[in-house]
Design a binder for this molecule. Structure first.
Ligand SMILES: [Zn+2]
Length: 208
């Protein structure tokens, strides 16, 4: 059967969920990774989703969603920290590439979040000036979580995903409008390293 690119937020989200199921059960199809696919997307890309996730080496986007070349527009940095360049990349995916879905993907035992907790506790040892910059951007979430009595890394990770989505929706008018117009879905999810599972935490738009 010829490949049909998911067109709606719901189709895109369900395609990711289905691909992740293949990965979780150990039955990946490795679709669209051959020479034919490479040649067919060489002229123009038409990914069906944008993924903004942590750089963690275990969050390999095309592997954990069992998708192929040209399927995902991927933006990653340590701790999936919003920055203007990230917002610009995601706006490009929506406005130019017309992806119907943005997935923000955090994960358990994230080193960037652990470093921010260590900083909060006065235990961060790092010579990296710009590592401190990443930590500074996650710090408000940790402070907020601590104030609510939640010091567990899993609680902080979930709050960070929520905060990242809030930031995305409030700062990018283009993205917020695309969601309002029904053209875009935004999902925030947590990835479980050991299980390989995606746990959605927050959604905007018609993805269900
Ligand atoms: Zn991470």
């Amino acid at each position: 059967m010829a490949y049909q690119r998911p067109q709606t937020p719901k189709e895109a989200w369900h395609a990711l969920l289905e691909g992740n199921r293949h990965f979780v059960t150990g039955e990946p199809a490795h679709p669209r990774q051959d020479v034919d696919r490479r040649e067919s997307v060489a002229e123009i890309q038409k990914p069906f989703a944008a993924l903004f996730g942590c750089s963690d080496s275990r969050l390999s986007a095309e592997i954990i969603f069992d998708v192929g070349l040209g399927d995902l527009f991927v933006v990653r940095n340590a701790g999936q920290v919003i920055a203007e360049t990230i917002l610009g990349s995601l706006e490009y995916a929506v406005e130019v590439l017309k992806v119907p879905l943005i997935l923000v993907l955090g994960h358990d035992e994230c080193g960037a979040i652990r470093a921010t907790i260590d900083a909060k506790e006065g235990n961060l040892v790092s010579q990296g000036e710009f590592i401190h910059n990443i930590v500074a951007r996650i710090a408000p979430t940790v402070t907020q979580s601590y104030a609510a009595g939640k010091k567990d890394i899993d609680d902080i990770t979930e709050l960070h995903i929520q905060d990242t989505i809030d930031d995305l929706m409030s700062r990018s008018t283009l993205i917020a409008k695309a969601v309002k117009d029904g053209k875009l879905g935004v999902v925030g999810a947590n990835y479980k390293l050991a299980l390989g599972e995606i746990h959605p935490l927050v959604t905007h738009g018609e993805v269900a």
